[in-house]
Design a protein around this ligand. Structure first.
Ligand SMILES: Cc1cc2nc3c(=O)[nH]c(=O)nc-3n(C[C@H](O)[C@H](O)[C@H](O)COP(=O)(O)O)c2cc1C
Length: 338
């Protein structure tokens, strides 16, 4: 029953090794506020015992959202709307984190101009983005920091920087989407610059004892794109600023991806071994057998569960019912149901 073992990310102690994977719900109002739906949605997964609840990708600027119904964190009203969610997560003994994101060229909101490292569209169905100037890049770095500061004030125990799935930071990291010739492109170090600037700026304002996580796509699954070897180097070059790496893959461009249960675990495993960092494995992990296998074999430190938790907020309580009942860890009001 390794899932139920406490784990520390930096100085943050989690009651178990399970994380609710960040999942955009696209159901905020158009101002980026968290609504009663979000309160119930995240609160119920905390009642369901998940140790770390990761609130979905939240835009650091209006144009940084994928759609106009994403959550936002560029003003204080938005931070205030998240506060009760944090409180409810804490009331269940779980910890609260929030994923900070900028969609870059994947912004689909017609009212916004999509921006990117280079004027290259994601696909024929997407608009051509505007290439960011160095000044505009600086403003986005500042926006990440301001959002992290608001997240701290709202009570979040951790933040995760979204560096995966073809969104802005990933667009800068991959040579397939970054064709700049200034300080932000042209070499691996230059393509890494935005990520390091974002992490440094966030680390400077986020309370020292609270962890900063980073989600990366370990492969673009395309020739000339990011691969595991390059991702290990990236991890080594930012691990002084990051407490745990949440390892996903893909999303930069349409690519042939073979998916199967646990298909991304080997990325998390290799990165953990090669870079000596804490990793979170994610992707089609649905059963306690998979969870115990991954943790027991030392392939990752934590497991993120996504869609299984959309289907069933009480997945963990059901999968581990016997042990949690014996340990008195079923939420008291629900013991009759278990
Ligand atoms: C509805 C939905 C929304 C998602 N939104 C996000 C997101 O906001 N940020 C992110 O990093 N990944 C997002 N993902 C990816 C999930 O976090 C997760 O990595 C993926 O679904 C694979 O895990 P699973 O097989 O357990 O669902 C989303 C996935 C789904 C299904």
């Amino acid at each position: 029953m390794l899932a139920a073992e406490p784990v520390k990310i930096g100085q943050l102690e989690l009651k178990n090794r399970l994380m609710m994977s960040p999942m955009c719900m696209f159901c905020s109002d158009q101002t980026g506020l968290a609504l009663p739906f979000h309160q119930t949605h995240y609160g119920s997964r905390a009642i369901g015992g998940i140790g770390l609840i990761m609130v979905e990708a939240t835009g650091v600027t209006p144009a940084g959202r994928i759609t106009h119904e994403d959550l936002g964190l560029w003003n204080d009203r938005q931070a205030d709307s998240l506060r009760p969610i944090v409180a409810q997560i804490h009331a269940s003994g779980s910890k609260a984190a929030i994923q900070l994101a900028h969609a870059g060229r994947k912004c689909e909101d017609e009212a916004m101009t999509p921006v990117a490292p280079s004027a290259l569209a994601f696909s024929e169905d997407y608009r051509l983005p505007q290439e960011l100037s160095p000044n505009e890049i600086g403003e986005i770095v500042d926006a990440f920091a301001a959002a992290a500061k608001r997240a701290a004030e709202a009570g979040f125990d951790a933040v995760e920087i979204h560096g995966a799935h073809g969104y802005l930071i990933h667009q800068f990291l991959s040579p397939l989407s970054n064709q700049r010739t200034d300080a932000y492109g042209g070499s691996p170090d230059n393509r890494l610059r935005l990520l390091r600037e974002v992490l440094s700026a966030v680390r400077a304002v986020f309370p020292e004892e609270r962890p900063v996580l980073l989600r990366l796509s370990a492969s673009d699954y395309l020739p000339g794109g990011l691969d595991l070897t390059r991702t290990i180097e990236i991890v080594q070059q930012v691990c002084d600023l990051v407490d745990a790496f949440d390892i996903s893959s893909g999303g930069l461009l349409q690519a042939p991806i073979k998916t199967f249960p646990g298909y991304q675990v080997s990325f998390a495993e290799t990165i953990r071994q090669e870079a000596g960092v804490l990793t979170i494995a994610v992707g089609q992990i649905r059963t306690r057998e998979q969870v115990e296998d991954i943790l027991g074999n030392g392939r990752a430190d934590l497991i993120a569960i996504g869609r299984e938790l959309l289907r069933n907020p009480y997945w963990y309580l059901q999968q581990y019912q016997k042990e949690l009942s014996a340990a008195g860890q079923i939420p008291q009001p629900y013991t009759g149901g278990f």
